[in-house]
Design a protein around this ligand. Structure first.
Ligand code: 26Q
Length: 822
């Protein structure tokens, strides 16, 4: 006897097989004989989704209780990666599903590979948001992730003739089985227009914002299941739609084409993710995106709150709202507007609530990445918010004047408005003033925030500042992407490390054990074999899986210095050319990463890497001892094959530029050794794994500053260092570009005449350090020991640890376990 629910919740193999067949027939409308791999994937995804739903609904219901505090993580990006494998692991049914699928005559890996990953982010910041919502759910913390449902996520990258080419990411093409639209709770968002001030019949000052556009925000919900718990939180992403009534009746009478234009322009808001990170451009549509999703989210929180409460007086006791960088910082004036204009609250009370609601995470020290909006543009898109910002600023500067009497310089440097040059709104200042907590993402980064970028705010409110070193989820970045390593670890120390990553320390005792070392090497070798196969398939390059895999994968940026890595490759190549019989440790250099489409220098860096690869890979004198690979389309899916296969992790940014880095953590957890500068979280990784298990090189942050102050001149370094000079001259004379001496000129000129990121200053130390790496790799057992110790001592870099710190020190939230009712 079978009950309906059994087919949708049952976890035994027979039920899973039946549910899978059922979904294929009734949802995909296919029989086995006509089903495509995608049909099978969809049928399996629905089978898994059914099993998430009761947990999800129970979680949602529990959170509606009045006494639960909920974290709202506001982020313009969530770089989730594929859901299926992750949900199978967190549900604890991976093995059973594998068996059910195999017994249905199919291959689970092949079905998992069908999923188009939601690439709703650029890189580190977006992926951090994804790790954090995994940890929130796994720690049973009530949480909602709020963001944008971009129709086109980060572009797909192809390499043509060595150059990056961008392809539209049509991730929704075949439907998305993980989301559920909730049009019944859509909200309205206003844009543009002007503001009316008047006195109402009761004598109150009131404000009326008359927009020239209104947009519908429709939420699409995705369940985020925790690891082996019943908690399934919600990721709520907003899609912009045109409200029919608005376009076709009130505002565009008789103008059909105009009405359709208005519809298109509304729906443009959530069309596409801006593919630049760390260099902002101040585009109107981007401001509209930010305001759109933040307004939708705050309105949604207020709706939820008023379901249980008579008024908004204690809003901040129910919601802790985290701002993932300044991208959602328009939330500060928006919450003020909602409270004051729409809910008629007094300014002072509204300000109390607002400044006890928001907390702000800063992710960057680069001046060009600090968001600014021209006052003129801002006033056109958000006229009421500009007024509110001026009022916040007026009151804030009154306070500053008391603290620093007769100090106009202080006022100018703290003001929310930059009055120099083109008048603009400083979003980081807005976020600092509107938040009760401000944090950096690694120890060094937080110190530099306090000392430099936000120094004046630190002087004002030292108690608001704290450090929250980033972390990554061990479920995706070890269990899922490295099953071989996970099984080996669990055989030795049990599986509690998956939720308590510090327990990896128990591996230390086996670091010298020859048998364990052999097993460890075997796992690494298998991973390298798999990546070797993938490299062959995707690039045609044949690499030696016994060579050292030396990997740099991350967004392409001058400050991340992929071109320093390239200079090392050229240097080794020159040594081989001078002495073909040199006893050189064979290496495979693997690069991956996207360049912002408008960032010419980054695109040229890709061309340099692929050009060097073309020469090195095909020179018979090299005898395959060096290979250079550029893996196209680096994304979450592809990265999961990369981290486990790495011997060496390249973390070589100029000291003081990388806020934290998170790839560095994924590598170390998977047993790669790091060659790195004292930048971002590298500092803490080295502290944890031990200086003797980390390859350190390069100037420190104060040394960089000092050299620049003392007139650092890269031209002199170039002339004084023959190895460097030779490498640069080869690029310059067209050795890697079929004689074209113009191709790389912009890149070389920036190095020879400016070298903002101090490549030449760090060149020799980097080369010397790489020589030590090469020597160390020859001693297999010593290397393996270092590899084991890297994994064993990287427990700190779990996002569970990071989220526990946020919960205790910023959000003041507690776990709420979910009971499963019928
Ligand atoms: C802003 C305005 C307009 C258009 C785009 C943007 C924009 C988008 C994305 C600005 C920045 C980003 C992404 C930044 C980012 O990924 N930062 C990284 O954050 C990681 C998580 O904290 C850190 O580990 C990295 O060090 C940091 O570079």
């Amino acid at each position: 006897e079978i009950r309906v629910e059994d087919d949708r919740t049952g976890l035994d193999i027979e039920t899973l097989k039946r549910a899978f067949a059922d979904n294929l027939f009734y949802i995909q409308g296919k029989l086995g004989s006509m089903a495509t791999p995608n049909d099978y994937y969809m049928a399996l995804a629905y089978t898994v989704r059914d099993r998430l739903l009761q947990r999800w609904l129970n979680s949602a219901q529990t959170y509606l209780r009045g006494d639960v505090k909920v974290v709202c993580y506001l982020s313009a990006e969530f770089l989730l990666g594929p859901h299926l494998g992750n949900n199978l692991i967190n549900l604890g049914i991976y093995d059973r599903i594998e068996q059910a699928i195999t017994e249905s005559g199919l291959d689970l890996q092949e079905l998992i590979a069908q999923e188009e990953e939601p690439g709703l982010g650029n890189g580190g910041l977006g992926r951090l948001a994804a790790c954090y919502i995994d940890s929130l759910a796994s720690l049973e913390i009530p949480a909602i992730g709020y963001g944008i449902r971009y129709e086109f996520g980060i572009f797909d990258q192809e390499i043509q003739d060595g150059w990056q080419v961008e392809i539209t990411d049509k991730w929704l093409r075949y439907g998305n089985p993980w989301e559920i639209a909730r049009p019944e709770i859509a909200v309205e968002v206003k844009l543009g227009g002007y503001v009316d001030h008047y006195v109402d019949d009761a004598g109150n000052y009131r404000t009326h914002w008359i927009p020239d556009r209104e947009v519908h925000g429709v939420p699409y919900d995705t369940p985020i299941l925790g690891y082996r718990v019943n908690t399934a939180n919600t990721l709520r992403l907003w899609k912009a739609e045109a409200p029919e009534s608005f376009d076709f009746q009130a505002f565009n009478v008789g103008d059909y084409y105009g009405a359709v234009d208005a519809k298109i322009s509304s729906e443009n808001i959530t069309k596409v993710l801006y593919p630049n990170d760390e260099q902002v451009q101040g585009k109107r549509l981007r401001l509209e995106q930010q305001y759109f999703f933040v307004s939708c989210s705050l309105q949604d929180m207020i709706r939820l709150y008023l379901l249980e409460n008579p008024n908004l007086d204690n809003f901040h006791e129910t919601f802790a709202v985290q701002l993932n960088d300044t991208h959602p910082s328009i939330g500060v004036p928006e919450l003020m507007r909602l409270l004051v204009d729409e809910h008629h609250m007094a300014w002072e009370q509204a300000w109390q609530i607002t400044t006890h609601t928001f907390a702000y995470t800063n992710h960057t020290l680069l001046p060009e990445a600090l968001e600014k909006w021209s006052v003129q543009l801002f006033g056109r898109v958000l006229p009421r918010h500009l007024e509110i910002i001026y009022e916040i600023n007026r009151r804030f500067l009154d306070m500053v004047r008391i603290r620093y009497p007769d100090n106009d310089a202080k006022l100018a440097s703290l003001s929310l408005i930059d009055e120099l040059g083109k008048k603009s709104v400083r979003m980081a200042h807005l976020a600092c003033v509107g938040s009760y907590a401000i944090n950096g993402v690694a120890q060094l980064h937080t110190e530099l925030l306090k000392k430099d970028v936000l120094h004046d705010f630190y002087a004002l409110w030292p108690e608001k500042f704290s450090n929250k070193t980033n972390g990554v989820t061990p479920r995706r970045w070890v269990v899922q992407n490295n099953p071989g390593l996970s099984k080996l670890i669990s055989r030795k120390i049990g599986d509690r490390w998956i939720t308590h990553l510090d327990e990896l320390r128990k591996l230390e005792q086996f670091a010298d054990d020859p048998q364990f070392q052999a097993q460890w090497q075997q796992v690494k070798q298998n991973c390298k074999h798999q990546l070797t196969k993938q490299i062959k398939e995707r690039t045609g390059v044949v690499v030696d899986p016994t060579s050292m895999f030396d990997i740099q994968v991350k967004r392409i940026h001058e400050y991340k210095r992929q071109h320093l890595n390239a200079l090392h490759i050229i240097t080794l190549y020159n040594r081989l050319k001078e002495n073909p019989d040199l006893d050189l440790q064979p290496r495979t250099f693997i690069f991956g990463g996207k360049a912002a489409p408008g960032y010419f220098m980054a695109k040229l860096m890709i061309k340099l890497i692929t050009s060097v690869g073309e020469v090195v890979n095909n020179d018979p004198d090299v005898r395959d001892r060096l290979k250079v690979v550029f893996l196209p389309d680096y994304n979450v899916t592809n990265s999961q094959r990369v981290y486990p296969a790495a011997d060496l992790s390249e973390q070589i940014s100029t000291a003081g530029k990388e806020a934290s880095g998170t790839g560095n953590m994924k590598f170390s957890l998977n047993g790669a050794l790091t060659i790195g500068t004292l930048d971002g979280a590298n500092v803490e990784i080295r502290e944890e794994v031990g200086a003797e298990n980390f390859f350190l090189f390069g100037l420190t942050t104060p040394e960089v500053k000092e050299q620049k102050a003392n007139g650092y001149n890269s031209w002199d370094v170039y002339n004084a260092n023959p190895g460097l000079k030779k490498a640069i001259d080869m690029i310059s004379c067209g050795f890697f570009s079929h004689g074209d001496q113009q191709l790389f000129k912009p890149l070389l000129d920036s190095l020879l005449y400016d070298d903002k990121y101090m490549l030449f200053a760090d060149y020799q130390d980097y080369i010397d350090c790489q020589d030590r790496v090469g020597d160390a790799f020859k001693h297999k057992d010593a290397w393996t020991k270092m590899s084991i110790l890297n994994t064993a001592r990287s427990g700190k870099f779990s996002s569970d640890r990071a989220i526990r710190e946020y919960c205790q020190e910023i959000w003041q939230v507690e776990p709420v376990p979910i009971e499963l009712q019928e």
